[in-house]
Design a binder for this molecule. Structure first.
Ligand code: NAD
Length: 260
């Protein structure tokens, strides 16, 4: 894709201090989009990486489990960089346990961060996008928005939910320049997945490499991780003119996982 196709646009990527969110933010910045980062942990490193790409960068530390924080972040976006043209709902957490043992507090947190936060950002971003008649809402769901896996009830419920929210948002804006689509990755090697690899290695008393082979072999026919950069390129494609009439899809990038 040619350079700087998103110059003049502002992209807000939730949960973009690490992993997939940071990867997507970097690819959008390479295309010239100004970036609003969000998330916890190291802020200065990600800010410097984006800034080095020659775009404006701002950061808001909203806790995506809190509606009031999200409202403050959307106001901050409008006043700092002039409104959100591209919204990437990416913040997410995981917890692994069987339904009967699932901690209630973890269920509530996963539904709040992985699903309800996208409702809040979307409802607050839409008026500006509708006014300018251009907008891209990209929901980072998961292959778990399409199929289930044992031990991941809250995550699978939230991800199926965000695929539903994607379809309804797309339909309600179908005659406008605002599109909404979901990306459904399989395994991506980020801190969220490394925790699951570490748990597998510890439980089975095997090395990191053996745990990685097992993890991929169980679900992902390509036996390869998808990369944050590949996901960023798909997000960029949704933002391109070729994406004008892509509406309400849940596009998996999962090495064949959901094809089985
Ligand atoms: P990650 O743990 O590397 O990053 C998660 C980001 O969300 C971080 O920036 C973190 O600070 C932020 N975050 C967490 N809780 C937050 C909160 N309450 N408020 C604000 N920010 C918060 O994880 P990742 O693997 O990059 O996951 C990103 C998204 O991609 C998630 O929605 C996840 O479900 C999805 N996903 C990941 C994979 C994978 O294999 N890694 C696969 C499919 C989908």
């Amino acid at each position: 894709m040619s350079d700087r196709t998103l110059a003049g646009k502002t992209a807000l990527v939730t949960g973009s201090t690490s992993g997939i969110g940071l990867g997507i933010a970097k690819v959008l910045a390479k295309q010239g989009a100004n970036i609003i980062l969000n998330g916890f942990g190291d802020i200065e490193g990600p800010k410097a990486e984006i800034s080095a790409l020659g775009v404006q960068v701002a950061y808001h530390g909203a806790d995506m489990s809190k509606a009031a924080d999200i409202e403050a972040m959307m106001t901050f976006a409008a006043t700092t960089l002039g409104g959100v043209d591209i919204l990437v709902n990416n913040a997410g957490i995981q917890h692994v346990a069987s339904v009967q043992d699932f901690p209630v507090e973890r269920w509530d947190a996963i539904i709040a961060i992985n699903l309800t936060s996208a409702f809040h950002t979307t409802r607050l971003a839409l008026p500006y996008m509708q006014k300018t008649n251009w907008g891209r809402i990209i929901n980072i769901a998961s292959v778990h928005g399409l199929v289930g896996s044992a031990q991941k009830s809250a995550y699978v419920a939230a991800k199926h939910g965000i695929v539903g929210l994607t379809k309804v948002t797309a339909l309600e804006n179908a005659t406008t320049g605002v599109t909404c689509n979901a990306i459904c990755p399989g395994w991506v090697l980020t801190p969220l997945v490394q925790k699951q690899i570490d748990a597998k290695a510890a439980t089975l008393k095997i090395s990191n490499d053996e745990a990685v082979k097992l993890l991929l072999g169980e679900k992902e026919p390509s036996l390869q991780f998808t990369t944050p950069e590949e996901l960023g390129e798909l997000a960029t494609f949704f933002c391109s003119p070729a994406g004008n009439n892509i509406r309400g899809v849940a596009w998996n990038m999962d090495g064949g996982w959901a094809a089985q």
